[in-house]
Design a protein around this ligand. Structure first.
Ligand code: COA
Length: 177
């Protein structure tokens, strides 16, 4: 699977990508709001390996892809759709700190949502973020998602109970640009 946008190419992860992935997966400021990380090198290698396994699953449930810059092919992050029952999927994204604020996450997530609704015939795509993760919440808003509410302290990670904002968009609400 390859998706092309104005500035990006979203492509499948390959084994040699682990070092580029490790740049963001091992950075404390990037993973501060994530359930996982900061990664060790072994964590990142097994993450990439797991993603390669999911590419071949039938039926495929995990569409997690590398975000690369069209201009030089560099891998700057990852984003994914995790398909669940009832034609719904969870959306996630993560980007190198140095590339934040350029609209790349929104551009990548938008392309993935379009793929999800058009090609995978999804009915609903949802995303969550920690309440303080303003950048992630803003991406959800820019995608046209609706805020459904707060899931209060629904999981325990990094030494404390974590809450999440829940956003979603339905197929008939998605505006194709
Ligand atoms: C969330 C993340 C992917 C966003 O990537 P990005 O490429 O910078 O996102 P975009 O540029 O498309 O949009 C970010 C928006 O948030 C806004 N923003 C960023 N930090 C902000 C802050 N502290 N307060 C208010 N707005 C903020 C930006 O201004 C931008 O909005 P705008 O276009 O209206 O100006 C990136 O910050 C990241 O990788 N964070 C760590 C991983 C993570 O938290 N992933 C999501 C898990 S739920």
């Amino acid at each position: 699977m390859v998706l092309e946008t104005k500035r990006l190419v979203l492509r499948e992860f390959a084994r040699d990508d682990w070092q580029a992935v490790h740049v963001y997966a091992a950075a404390a400021d990037v993973v501060a709001f994530m359930e996982w990380g900061p990664n060790t090198e072994d964590d990142t290698k097994s993450y990439v390996q797991n993603m390669i396994v999911t590419q071949r699953q039938e039926p495929r449930k995990v569409y997690e892809v590398a975000i690369t810059l069209k201009q030089d092919g560099s891998l700057i992050g990852g984003c994914g759709l995790h398909v669940e029952a009832h034609a719904k999927a969870a959306l996630g994204y993560c980007l190198n700190r140095t590339l934040w604020g350029n609209g790349y996450a929104t551009e990548a997530a938008y392309a993935l949502c379009k793929y999800g609704f058009r090609e995978l015939q999804l009915h609903r795509i949802f995303a969550t973020c920690r309440p303080d993760n303003t950048a992630s919440e803003r991406v959800m808003e820019k995608l046209g998602m609706t805020r459904e509410g707060v899931r209060r302290e629904h999981f325990y990670a990094k030494g404390q109970w974590q809450s999440s904002l829940l956003y979603s968009i339905l197929a008939n609400e998605f505006v194709e640009l």
